[in-house]
Design a protein around this ligand. Sequence first.
Ligand code: GDP
Length: 327
Amino acid sequence: MNIEQLSSAVMAGERRALARAITLIESSRADHRAQAAELAEHLKQADGQALRIGLSGTPGVGKSTFIESFGMMLTGQGLRVAVLAVDPSSARSGGSILGDKTRMDRLSRDPKAFIRPSPSRSHLGGVARRTREAVNLCEAAGFDVVLIETVGVGQSETVVAEMSDVFVLLLAPAGGDELQGVKRGIMEMADIILINKADGDLKAAAQRTCADYAGALRLLRKRPQDPDGFPKAMTVSALEEDGLKTAWAEMQALTEWRRENGFFDRRRTEQAQYWFEQEVRQALLARLETPQARAAFREASADVAASRVTPTAAAATLLEKLGIDTR
Ligand code: GDP
């Protein structure tokens, strides 16, 4: 299959072609990079637009259970759902928290669903770029909803929030001072907070936790991109498939409002600019990571330590060696 055929198959929504295309964009081989660029060129004619939903939560809150129930509900409504992951552990170790094949067993067998684990790359920037490109491929393949999942650690939440239209934070019920556990910055990114496991013995605790978060959200500064009542906290039970329709209705209502008021397109434009800046920054940082740059760095650093040269002058000399003129 040549690239033109592959792109036609992707646009026809064929899942195997989509999987192949993602494998191609994940490859760092030079010939694959060239083919990926050619593919992107062909896919420019695709005009699909999916709703991109980011989902973050610490291990154990029920992300896989939620994605499976929520995804099955959406496919049950005739929607096509893609699930992608940004997994910082796969970036670090090559192993993956989110890549387990046994997760989302029912959804993975649903012909209207497509599930892809996180690419393993040496750094989060690489994972972010591949995931962004994969989101575009899923859109070209005509998926209606793209769910982008991440574990709530480090920078991965920002990465996912910056590539989604709606950012959902999934939490579990907890007692006492659980609000301390969620960093303010993450609360500020959330459009919807879902307290999962609102069932059985945990139901009352989930409702209390939900009320606590609803209160905390009201204390945050009002964001222009939110209609009244957002960001919002709600309870769900992924296990008993309870509250999922309501959560989906809220996501749709929020999206609808943002579309009508220009915030949907504005967010995507700002995200494109954000990723442009990140790419430039990362490319510059990568220049420091070559063996030659590291050696030059160590040498200059020793000169600074021995007071042979000032930090400013040493930096300017080093950057000049890398072809960056600071004067
Ligand atoms: P993940 O690590 O965030 O992907 O979490 P999992 O989906 O693997 O779920 C972790 C545990 O929580 C599992 O034992 C699930 O059965 C359980 N769980 C997930 N959702 C619910 C729920 O809605 N209610 C209850 N009671 N348990 C749940």
